[in-house]
Structure formats: structure tokens, C-alpha cells
Design a protein around this ligand. Sequence first.
Ligand code: FAD
Length: 403
Amino acid sequence: MNNNNAQQKVIVVGGGIGGLAAAMSLTRQGIEVQLLEQADKIAEIGAGIQLGPNAYSALDALGVGEAARNRSVFTDHLVMMDAVDASEVGRIDVGESFRKRFGNPYGVIHRADIHLSILEAVQEHPLISFHTSTRIDNVEINDDGVVVTDTNGNQFKADALVGCDGVKSVVREQLVGDAPRVTGHVVYRAVVEAEEMPEDLRINSPVLWAGPRCHLVHYPLRGGEQYNLVVTFHSREEEEWGVREGSQEEVLSYFQGIDERPHRLLSLPKSWKRWATADREPVESWGEGRATILGDAAHPMTQYLAQGACMALEDAVTLGEAIRVCDNDLEKAFRLYEEIRIPRTARVVWSAREMGRLYHAKGVERQVRNALWAGRSQERFYDAIEWLYSWNVENCLKHPGEK
Ligand SMILES: Cc1cc2nc3c(=O)[nH]c(=O)nc-3n(C[C@H](O)[C@H](O)[C@H](O)COP(=O)(O)OP(=O)(O)OC[C@H]3O[C@@H](n4cnc5c(N)ncnc54)[C@H](O)[C@@H]3O)c2cc1C
């Protein structure tokens, strides 16, 4: 309980989508936030991101829905194609009936644009101060608060701490102490101008070409002026989590036997960035005392459901709601937040792995995959994704099935 009427202060470590969203959510409960980011400026990488209707619900609850909507492209379908014979495997209509069912659209947006949509609100907020070039390397949790120390020896004190410091979280290292699971799956991402995109592939939908042990995705950005390209494959190398420059030669070596329609896309980017990906096995606890974690620090996941950032946004809103219903008792609120978020995000982590298996199927698995959704009605698709997309601020503290 916040029983001394003093202004509550929380430290948020990390200025990614999760950290910015957490900062906004905390201020909505009257809490002052110190946002600590290791980079010298708060920014996002040049690539796209897909946002489900649950993400727009969260953005609305944070007060930045309109800014994000104005920068989004709302898509018509989610399409899966077989990359070997270019046959259609499945198609979900995300138009009018989808929006009506889930209360929000399915969108795609440049990562810099979603980040900026939250950052603008953070920068204007009188309760938020942020410190760049501040890399945290130690966390101390006491009965009455937290002390974090950066690599220059500067100390920051507050009533509580939320670690939003990504896949290799230092905060998680101290609170949980487990290791990420390197998947061995490598992702290349690039953005190309619309005029470079083959005309027949300028489609207003995320289109996924599923190939054996690899897949490729494209979708429009910024009013269709650009296209995001993402390719993924099972690496032959021993991978370590991280980002480096990639090479077209490597990409091409993994996409042999792929139909010419998607294959043409592999030669378009002039430079590629290469991510070796990781997730983590879900755990039963994310924190202790007045410390917890959020976003990729809490539940890094493979990108196959396009939900990592959506989950970080949901986390942030849920954390704020937990604080509200716990009357600003931060320790109690953090445990309530974890009780609700751990099982939901674990389901997403495991479901994403399963989707990856479908995307990369070969042989008989591929045949089964291609027959899986044949003739399925849109209503049945919607029923199957209801658990994921129907999240909103009103139901965020409910357990599954609770009315
Ligand atoms: C290829 C790919 C495609 C994806 N596509 C989608 C998609 O379509 N839709 C979707 O919802 N999600 C997608 N995701 C997932 C999404 O990108 C992440 O889940 C999301 O960005 C996580 O945000 P975050 O703020 O938790 O972590 P991060 O974005 O990693 O931010 C962490 C921040 O903390 C800072 N930091 C780290 N350590 C410290 C420290 N010790 N001290 C201070 N600061 C620190 C970092 O500099 C960084 O700014 C994708 C991911 C990948 C890899």
C-alpha cells in the first residue's frame, strides 16, 4: 500500500516498445518514472512489425492509439502460401468482419513509427524523465525499494523496478537467473521501396511463403510506399543470439527449390541485417519484492505469431491495471500482474514455436500442413484466434474463461 502519500517512483530499465509502454502505463496510476536506456539515443531499427487487434487495444489504453493508427497500414488478409509450388494454404480475412469481431483492425507499421508514437507521449509527460547512455549492470532489491547501478557507477533509487531490457535482460539475470534458448533460426530483415517490389506482390496483406526449413514474409509499410521483407531459415552454423550484417549469398543458399514468385524478392535488398533468434522456456516467477520484468525480458518468443511487441504492450497495460486495483501497493500489484501474464505469455511462446514448425514443414508434414485449413470458414478461423486477439483493458485482469 502507498501509505505515506509520498510521490511513488519507479525505475524502468530499457527504452524499447515495452519500456516506453510501461512508463506510460505507470504514469496513468500517478507514478513518477525514471527511464534508463543504454543507447545514446532512444530509437528503433529499420524494419516493419505486425500488430494484432490486441495491440491496438493496448495502445488505446495507453493513450497513443490514434498516433499509432495514423502511421499504420490496415491490411485486408493474412495469407499463407506454399513457397515450393506457390499454392495458397490459408487466408484469414482481416477486413470489416474481423474488425467487428475483435473491436480493432490488423495492422502493419514501421518499427520506428510505433516506437515514435509512444515516445512522443513519453517525452511530453511531466512525470517521466529519461536517461540515455545508462547501462544498468546491478540491481539491489530492499524491503522499502530498489537501487540500480549503471556501468559508470551512478546509482538510481526508487520504490520499485520494472526490467524492460530485452532478450538478454540484466534485470532478469538477477531475478530469475536462467539462460535464453538460442533457436538456431536466423532472420534477415530489409525494407525496400514500393517501385522495386514486383507488381504482382504489392499486396495489402502480410503474405507468408512457407518453405522447407525456411519462410519469407512481405507486407506494405507507410501507406504502401515501402515493403518489409523478412526471411527466416534454420541455420547450418552454431548460432549465438545477436545481430550482425548479413549477405545475400547466405540467404540464397537457404532458398533453393523455392518458386520464382517469392524467390525474386531475395535479390531486392541492397543490405540485410541478420538476427540469430532466441526465446526462453516460460518460468513460474518473474520477480520478487518490488521488482518485475516485462516484454522480451519476461517472455522472449520466436516471431512466428508476430506477437512479441503486442505482448509487451499488453503487459504494460495489465501492470497499470494491477496497480490500480491493488490501490498502488506495488509489491502486491507486481505479483497479480505476474499471476495473470505468465500463463498467457507462455501460451504465446509455445504457440509461436508450433507455428514455426508449420511454416517450416517438409515432406509429409508439409502435405499435412497444406491440407490443414482447406475449406475452413472465416468464423472458424476467428474462433481459433479468439483467445489471442480478443484481449483488451476490460478483460486484462481476468483469468481465461472468467466472465
Ligand atoms: C525478426 C523479428 C520480427 C518480429 N516481428 C514482430 C511482429 O511482427 N509483431 C510483434 O508484435 N513483435 C514482433 N517481434 C518481437 C518484437 O520485436 C519484440 O518482442 C519487442 O521489440 C520487444 O520489446 P522490448 O521493449 O521488450 O525489448 P527491446 O526492443 O529489446 O528493448 C530493450 C531495450 O532495453 C535496452 N537495454 C538492454 N539492456 C539494458 C541495460 N542493461 N541497461 C539499460 N538499457 C538496456 C536496449 O537498448 C533496448 O532499447 C519480432 C521480433 C523479431 C526478432
